[in-house]
Design a protein around this ligand. Structure first.
Ligand SMILES: [Zn+2]
Length: 160
């Protein structure tokens, strides 16, 4: 099941790159594959390690950073600013490349869920931002939250 998820998303990413006229090199594909295979956000160094554990020739962290920049630029991956880690777009097969992405980040276990937000909400958010004299550019919203599992174990960060 997970392998099919990775394969389908990689195929979709290939089509997106073709449509955009970007060169989806083997290294770029493998970095995205590493991110898709991970079940949690990874730092650039973790990506490099995971990549090098299964792939010859190996890759340097510098190259990984460059590739991540590319993947971010076309919204196939995101850098979570609060965690300084990277995550693949959750559903590349339904790729929209929208201007706003929303992530729920569990403050206890750091698991991440990318949520789909209706265009209506995105539009009214953009209006609110403009009203306050700011202009929303491409952005992502990270919501500090508690996942269902951690909630179920009654984890309370205030009691730590
Ligand atoms: Zn959690």
């Amino acid at each position: 099941m997970h392998k099919r998820y990775v394969d389908n998303n990689l195929r979709a990413a290939t089509e997106i790159c073709e449509a955009k006229g970007c060169n989806f090199t083997q290294k770029r594909q493998r970095v995205l594959k590493t991110l898709l295979e991970a079940e949690r956000p990874l730092s650039a160094y973790e990506i490099t390690d995971n990549y090098n554990a299964v792939t010859e020739p190996t890759i340097s962290a510098v190259s990984v950073y460059r590739i991540l920049e590319f993947l971010e630029s076309i919204k196939l991956a995101y850098r979570l600013r609060s965690a300084s880690k990277y995550i693949a777009c959750k559903n590349i097969t339904k790729y929209q490349g929208s201007d706003m992405s929303f992530f729920l980040i569990c403050r206890n276990c750091q698991c991440v869920n990318e949520i789909e937000v209706s265009s209506k909400i995105v539009t009214s958010l953009a209006e609110l931002i403009n009203k306050s004299g700011f202009f929303s550019s491409s952005s992502q919203v990270e919501i500090n939250s508690l996942c269902a599992d951690c909630k179920a174990t009654h984890y309370d960060p205030l009691k730590e």
